[in-house]
Design a protein around this ligand. Structure first.
Ligand SMILES: *Cc1c(COP(=O)(O)O)cnc(C)c1O
Length: 393
């Protein structure tokens, strides 16, 4: 079984590039050049140097002893929360800004949900001296005020998206519209493994550094590079793609993705795409998405802005379809409790997105010899307001 993208841009039945004709030149330019650029020595050196000295990689792999005791297994945390800017997103923006430079682009646009991708994009634009416009849903701007100001301090323009539910999906629509109108001088940095081919593959390759490091760190700490489980939360799926990447063809490693159930899968207020979605086209690729009988996108809901998305990347749709990855979900309540639990047991306040992955520990049938790696995708500083409003700690 093949789990990575094929030559035509598909993962099984999912993927492709469903784009308006006006975007053909942009996507075609990327498709033709991304592999030769990424695989070049020069790119690799620049990428690795920035990951090391700017992002702070390799991020630690930490054995969480008290959490391990509680769940009766050996639980390791991959500390993406310790990346510069506080989440895994920067791995991808570093890769894409170097690529944009090599393509001769002067301007960057991006969309953002939780604000983490916007901050990660604004950060690398400041680093490289590029102009930056970030589209963000108006509702998300209110939920994630500190990140809005962070982007502005970094010199980016934050453009509110005021259509639809005024969240991530709408910000993505408006960023695409901007790109259509500014095709030649602008690169669009998509923040997850979504969008038309080659974005899902490109972003997965940049995030794959996560599992590359887990392999050698686990070998060092346990004597084997293969854990029994790898867990990650899924919004679009980039941190999960990175954590799974080098284990995809190691069938003995159980890969577990955790989606946001919101108020409950059956509540009508949810973002659990694999539980509720059907095949459809969203933001340029064929994938699973939450939709009505007649194909209208259903507004998702999650307490965490980063998981509040009605689809998942096409690679994950395929991994779900063929059963390579097990998809679970956690409600707002379960995630918040898991976030507080991690804070109390390990002294780490996770992003609420990440807390969903921890909430799924209870749903696994763990044995005392099992080695579990959880991708700790981000830190909870940006979510303090939500923790405070939730209040139960
Ligand atoms: C953006 C974000 C996510 C969700 O995005 P993926 O592409 O699914 O990884 C998860 N955790 C954190 C901390 C984020 O910022």
């Amino acid at each position: 079984m093949k789990y990575t993208v094929d030559k035509t841009g598909y993962y099984g039945n999912f993927g492709g590039a469903y784009i308006p004709e006006m975007l053909y030149p942009n996507i075609e330019e990327l498709r033709e050049s991304y592999l030769s650029i990424i695989d070049s020595k020069e790119f690799e050196q620049q990428f690795n140097a920035l990951l090391k000295d700017y992002v702070g990689r390799p991020t630690p792999l930490f054995k969480a002893e008290r959490l391990s005791d509680k769940y009766g297994a050996h639980i390791y945390l991959k500390r993406e929360d310790l990346c510069h800017t506080g989440a895994h997103k920067v791995n991808n923006t570093i890769g894409q800004i170097i690529l944009a430079k090599k393509l001769g682009k002067q301007k960057i646009i991006a969309e953002t949900g939780a604000g983490q991708h916007g901050v990660a994009t604004a950060t690398v634009c400041a680093l490289m001296g590029m102009e930056c416009v970030v589209y963000m849903g108006k509702v998300d701007m209110e939920r994630q005020k500190p990140n809005v100001e962070r982007m502005r301090i970094l010199g980016a323009t934050v453009q509110p998206a005021t259509s639809g539910s005024q969240t991530l999906k709408d910000a993505t629509n408006e960023a695409m519209r901007h790109w259509i109108n500014n095709p030649t001088d602008t690169h669009y940095i998509i923040g997850s493994v979504v969008g038309p081919h080659p974005y899902p593959d490109m972003v997965a390759r940049f995030q794959a550094v996560i599992s590359e490091e887990i392999k050698f760190q686990l070998l060092e700490q346990t004597g084997s590079e293969l854990p029994n489980y790898v867990l990650a939360c899924v919004g679009g799926g980039s941190n999960a793609a990175g954590a799974f990447y080098h284990y995809l063809d190691k069938e003995e490693v159980h890969l577990v993705a955790v989606e946001a159930a919101g108020l409950g899968v059956a509540s009508g207020e949810s973002a659990a795409t694999t539980a509720l979605g059907k095949p459809g086209v969203l933001h340029g690729s064929k994938t699973l998405l939450m939709q009505t009988q007649d194909g209208q996108v259903v507004e998702p809901y999650s307490i965490s802005a980063g998981l509040d998305y009605p689809g998942i990347g096409p690679m994950h749709a395929h991994l779900f379809d063929v059963g390579r990855v097990k998809f679970l979900n956690a409600t707002d309540e379960e995630a918040m409790k898991a976030g507080i639990e991690l804070s109390r047991l390990e002294g780490i306040i996770p992003a609420i997105e990440t807390a969903h992955a921890f909430a799924a520990l209870k749903q696994l049938n763990l044995g005392q010899n099992d080695v579990v790696v959880i991708n700790l995708s981000g830190r909870g500083d940006k979510d303090l307001d939500t923790y405070i409003r939730w209040g139960k700690y």
